[in-house]
Design a protein around this ligand. Sequence first.
Ligand code: TXA
Ligand code: MG
Length: 299
Amino acid sequence: EAAEFIKNGGIVAFPTETVFGLGANVFDETAIAKIFIAKNRPNDNPLIAHVSDESQISSLVSTVNKSAEDFINAFFPAPLTLVLQKSSKVPLVATANLQTIGVRMPRHDLAREFIERCGVPLVAPSANLSGKPSPTTWQAVYQDLNGKINAILQGSQGEIGIESTVVDCTTDVPQILRLGAITLEDLRRIAPETIFANIESNKSPGLRHKHYAPNAKVILVKDSSQIVSSRNAAFIGIEPFDNQFEIARICHDIEDYARNVFEFFRECDARNISKIYCQTVDEKGFGAALMDRLKRAAQ
Ligand code: TXA
Ligand code: MG
């Protein structure tokens, strides 16, 4: 049923291992325009194309260069998006007028099955209102987009909880545009020359915009000595603090923290919390990706 909506030019939210996406047929300009309207997404922010298997990649890109081929073989399906030169078949509304396109094969089985049933790759940004925390449950999608989209494929919550790593493979050396669960170390095992993109290069248009922001003020803290007041405040982190918070979420590890953080932000907003203290983590491996999201939310 969900695939029928896509085939008829509609837009459908679906689960992935990172966050829920809001999908449309990558070759249908009218359907893609509906995504930007439903999310209130700025027109200069390009979309990621999601594929169910490798055979769909060739319809999206003009060439797959060596580094991309190596990443595909090593990781796909994965929380990893590769930016490549787009094919002429991909409309410019999908890529915000760029000649490149992000390609990702999700690890979530239902996501791949859904794309396969649609018969075409799906462009899909996160299925939230622009600027809001990304949705990790179907209820979060419903809260933001009910009445604006054709359907939500419920599925199960993603194992990761923050968005995919984005790597530009069109340059001489691969450049990381956004951090995610595939870490710098993972990428360097396959392509040792991989670097972080220079932020000023403005290569990832999406990063210019405000992100992941709950209504509450997000404050990053290392330990409990930095808590000024716990009145009407919430806490999420790995170590329990002594303060009396309105709500506190103690996570087992960095993975558990990442899986819960966006949903926790939404819960805090529903309960009219005014400040959310987030404990910082070491910026190593997956911790670097989590810290990237926390810092953006705190801006
Ligand atoms: O995990 C994910 O990637 C999720 C799920 C649904 O797959 N999707 C997602 O999409 O996070 P979105 O639209 O919220 O974020 C896409 C990011 C933006 O920062 C955008 O600027 C960047 O990827 N991006 C997409 N296409 C690009 C391109 N051709 N060149 C550079 N950056 C691109
Ligand atoms: Mg997003």
